[in-house]
Design a binder for this molecule. Structure first.
Ligand code: SF4
Ligand code: SF4
Length: 373
């Protein structure tokens, strides 16, 4: 294990276990080795005494990546950075990632998408009938989820930006953002993907990127600059752009009756501090009442989406626990700004009467045609 990582663990974690009950892995599995403090202690023991990389420990480091432990930790332990560095370190010393995850990374390398079975050539289909400007310094990053699963989503972004007189193009050679490579601890693969995207955007003259995916946004804004020191592209999530437009009166809405709650994406909220812009947009919809779940903002609970690649049943258990919070407050539905959360929550809410709504879609449905010229 790398010495700097070893020191980071030794120095910071006081083993108070305060983080344990907030961790979705511990909540669902109940094992000490699935709790953040338990894993840190095991890593410390490995760093101090063990010679052979502990495969079981490596497997446990692949968690929901929700960062709740970090947010709650009184000692400010950078837990998920430690997970990432430890995964990279254990993989380099003989540890193995799961077969499923390996297949996903191979597919990213081969087809530029994390979704096995989908091909690079189909990534641009959503944009084919749209008249996007051939050159623009602002590009839409549709991400794997937007390109393949929810092609309406990037279309909605284009439509909204168009309504707001913001000219945005699309760069057809976009690749997966590489979030899975980063999460896997595959630094080499992540850097390769990040470089490919960066060079492609630079070649196209892009200096601003707008994306509707919380995961892509977090990866581009937070991790790319660490791997590409010269990274100089400004990354925006659609909610930032749209909240600005609500604030200055450019974007107004017709009404929607009902009581809804808002689910914060971990990558957009806890990781990058974007909590209020989506709420400002929702509060601007006449007739719609916004009610918070028991866990919200910095304390929001995870949708479990990341776990789908490793254990779909566990992902669903985490998702159902989040959905239950919405059921408990008696709302009509959940609104989220991230397409990945939208997919997970939509699935986990399948046995309820809750409506799960993607924020961009809500905006497009309700945006007044009288958007200011
Ligand atoms: S990570 Fe923080 S909250 Fe968790 S056991 Fe260590 S010091 Fe306590
Ligand atoms: S990031 Fe989330 S799932 Fe992972 S250890 Fe921390 S609280 Fe648990």
């Amino acid at each position: 294990m790398r010495v700097d990582l070893q020191k980071k663990i030794m120095r910071h974690c006081g083993s108070c276990n305060f983080c344990r009950d907030f961790c979705p892995m511990y909540q669902q599995l109940g094992s000490e080795l699935d709790s953040p403090g338990g894993k840190l202690r095991a890593l410390r023991a490995y760093a101090e005494k063990m010679r052979k990389p502990p495969q079981e420990l490596l497997d446990r480091l692949y968690c929901a990546d929700c960062r709740r432990c970090e947010a709650i930790c009184p000692a400010g332990v950078p837990v998920t950075t430690i997970w990432h560095d430890a995964k990279a370190s254990l993989l380099a010393t003989g540890g193995e990632m799961s077969e499923n995850l390996m297949k996903v990374l191979e597919w990213i390398d081969q087809e530029g998408t994390a979704f096995i079975g989908y091909e690079a050539d189909d990534r641009t289909e959503w944009a084919e009938d749209l008249e996007l400007p051939p050159e623009s310094n602002t590009a839409i990053f549709s991400g794997c989820m937007g390109s393949y699963y929810y092609p309406d989503q990037p279309e909605i972004v284009v439509d909204m930006l168009d309504k707001l007189k913001i000219s945005a193009g699309y760069v057809p050679s976009e690749q997966c953002c590489g979030l899975f490579n980063y999460w896997a601890g595959d630094d080499k693969g992540f850097e390769a993907v990040a470089r490919k995207n960066y060079e492609m955007f630079k070649k196209a003259g892009v200096d601003h990127i707008v994306t509707g995916c919380g995961g892509c946004f977090g990866t581009l804004a937070e991790h790319y600059p660490h791997f590409i020191p010269e990274f100089d592209i400004k990354i925006h999530h659609t909610v930032e752009v749209l909240a600005d437009s609500v604030r200055n009166g450019v974007l107004t809405f017709s009404g929607k009756e009902g009581t809804y709650t808002f689910h914060d994406s971990c990558h957009l909220g806890r990781a990058l501090g974007i909590f209020e812009p989506p709420r400002e947009i929702i509060r601007a919809v006449p007739g719609l009442e916004l009610v918070e779940m028991a866990n919200h903002h910095e304390d929001s609970a995870c949708c479990g989406g990341f776990l789908t690649v490793l254990d779909p049943d566990l992902a669903d258990m985490v998702g159902k626990s989040r959905v239950q919070e919405a059921v408990d407050i008696g709302v009509d539905g959940i609104i989220t700004e991230c397409v990945s959360c939208y997919k997970s929550l939509g699935y986990s809410a399948r046995e309820t009467n809750l409506e799960v709504i993607q924020l961009d879609e809500l905006i497009l449905d309700l945006a007044m045609s009288s958007v200011r010229e």
